[in-house]
Design a protein around this ligand. Structure first.
Ligand code: SAH
Ligand code: SF4
Ligand code: F3S
Length: 454
């Protein structure tokens, strides 16, 4: 739509174009893609820029305070030069957590829709048109998935597929059990069908998603009880699906079968994101993590026995309430023991409604800053060492996107490292063998060995 059009009242105009902006985890990105596909089937088209669109959906994350602040500053920025604004929908975990409160804080929000209710977006858009309140944070018994259109052509060779939703773990710092609801596994057939549709649409790598993805359970097509390893085995039978990944997994749901699968299924990539959060057992208990530092280390050891070259990744929180210097040192110690390929680390952020937010001995910001810097220094060293160790190896990468310079393409190694190659003759979606010639902290440079049939 022409931005010089006369200002209009967004509440009465049916939107023709939309823009979805997703924050937070991969599950939110997946939800954002499904929203976009659904609006596409309603005849709406994507707009390149947020404020240019008739409808902007901010698909939000509630995990840390900073993530939430970002949403409100984004809402404020959606006014156009001529003073008009798009219809604004807040979706995702902030919508679930704050509901209609959002409209008190940001009056120009037209729609509030939670992560389990976004299949009803078209209905909510109509409601806005009628001048009615459009807030839907239900967690309906029937899952949204059945109401969403089937997957279509994929823009990228890598795709996300949510196989389970929610979390029953209730770590004391975390909002996810409240924003996403209880753990619910999607059915075997729904997942297999969606995977096939994604592959038919061009996907060659699928990442299975869930807040605790490895807690997935279900019956297969013969009625036998299966865990995620059985599901991965089934998906590996799809001929043109070449790579399978999963995230995020919880230590308590690392079954023997799943560990063994890492040594047995070629298509299952040698990468495991297994957050431990902290290295001290008293802190882990206060976090309600229900695993110890030792039990975590034993899992890592067994996974490495099954797949010696596996890359291990994790999440850490520094400055959980009451964490002493000595307890923080235990986090550094477990990092030294595991030797991570990459990690995410965060300062503890008190979240409204979670038990940890009310605990005594909240840690001062300067202490958290210092701990985070120390932890990240060690993690960065480990990541650089992991990357450096791949120099001189030949490995297969899947080309995912264009690089910054002409002829440059960027792909991922089996260990999820970004590899840059200059190969004008190749295309996104190609699998190619490369020699790794150099390594930086965040990416590798490779040289094409020979072109592989895709
Ligand atoms: N289900 C996953 C993680 C989902 S949230 C798991 O348990 O591993 C992603 C990460 O955000 C968490 O692993 C944790 O490290 C971090 N996180 C969650 N709540 C947080 C909080 N209140 N403050 C800081 N980091 C937090
Ligand atoms: Fe949050 Fe813990 Fe559930 Fe992960 S396992 S989503 S950190 S409550
Ligand atoms: Fe954020 Fe919700 Fe994901 S809080 S991390 S978007 S589950």
């Amino acid at each position: 739509m022409n931005r010089n059009d006369a200002p209009r009242n967004p509440a009465t105009t049916a939107p023709a174009t939309f823009h979805v902006k997703s924050f937070g985890c991969q599950m939110n990105i997946y939800d954002g893609e499904r929203m976009a596909e659904m609006l596409g089937t309603q005849g709406m088209t994507p707009a390149a820029e947020g404020a240019e669109a008739d409808l902007v959906i901010l698909n939000t994350c509630h995990i840390r305070e900073k993530a939430v602040d970002k949403v409100y500053s984004d809402i404020g920025r959606l006014t156009r030069d001529d003073g008009s604004r798009p219809m604004i929908a807040v979706a995702g975990c902030v919508a679930q957590a704050e509901g209609s409160e959002i409209q008190r804080r940001a009056r120009n929000v037209d729609i509030v829709v939670g992560p389990q209710a976004y299949h009803r977006l078209p209905h909510l858009i109509d409601k806005v048109g009628r001048g009615e309140a459009a807030v839907d944070t239900d967690m309906p018994a029937a899952s949204k998935f059945g109401a969403l259109p089937a997957r279509t052509k994929q823009a990228r060779p890598t795709a996300f597929l949510t196989i389970m939703e929610g979390c029953d773990k209730f770590c004391t710092y975390c909002v996810v059990p409240y924003t996403r609801g209880a753990e619910i596994s999607r059915s075997w057939s729904a997942i297999v069908d969606e995977a096939k549709a994604l592959v038919d649409g061009g996907a060659r790598e699928i990442t299975l998603l869930g807040q605790n993805v490895n807690a997935w359970t279900g019956d297969d097509d013969k009625g036998r009880a299966q865990g995620m390893d059985g599901l991965v085995r089934e998906l590996a039978k799809i001929p043109d699906l070449r790579r399978i990944r999963y995230t995020t997994s919880h230590p308590n749901d690392m079954s023997d079968g799943l560990i063994a699968a890492h040594g047995e299924i070629d298509k299952l990539m040698p990468f495991l994101h297994l957050p431990v959060q902290a290295g001290n057992d008293r802190i882990l208990k206060a976090m309600n993590r229900s695993h110890s530092a030792d039990s975590y280390l034993r899992i890592i050891e067994r996974v490495r026995q099954a797949r010696p070259d596996i890359a291990i990744s994790g999440d850490f929180i520094v400055g959980f309430p009451g964490e002493t210097d000595a307890e923080f040192e235990d986090t550094l110690r477990i990092v030294e023991q595991v030797r991570y390929a990459q990690c995410y680390s965060f300062k503890y952020s008190p979240r409204p409604g979670t038990p940890a937010a009310d605990m005594d001995h909240q840690i001062a910001a300067e202490v958290m800053d210092e701990r985070l810097a120390r932890l990240q220094a060690v993690l960065n060293r480990q990541q650089a060492a992991f990357n450096a160790a791949t120099v001189g190896r030949t490995t297969q990468i899947l080309l995912e996107r264009k690089g910054r310079h002409p002829g440059q393409l960027i792909g991922k190694s089996p260990w999820l490292q970004s590899v840059v190659v200059t190969a004008p003759e190749l295309e996104i979606g190609d699998f190619v063998d490369v020699d790794i010639i150099s390594a930086g902290p965040n990416s590798l440079a490779g040289e094409t060995v020979r072109r592989k049939a895709a």
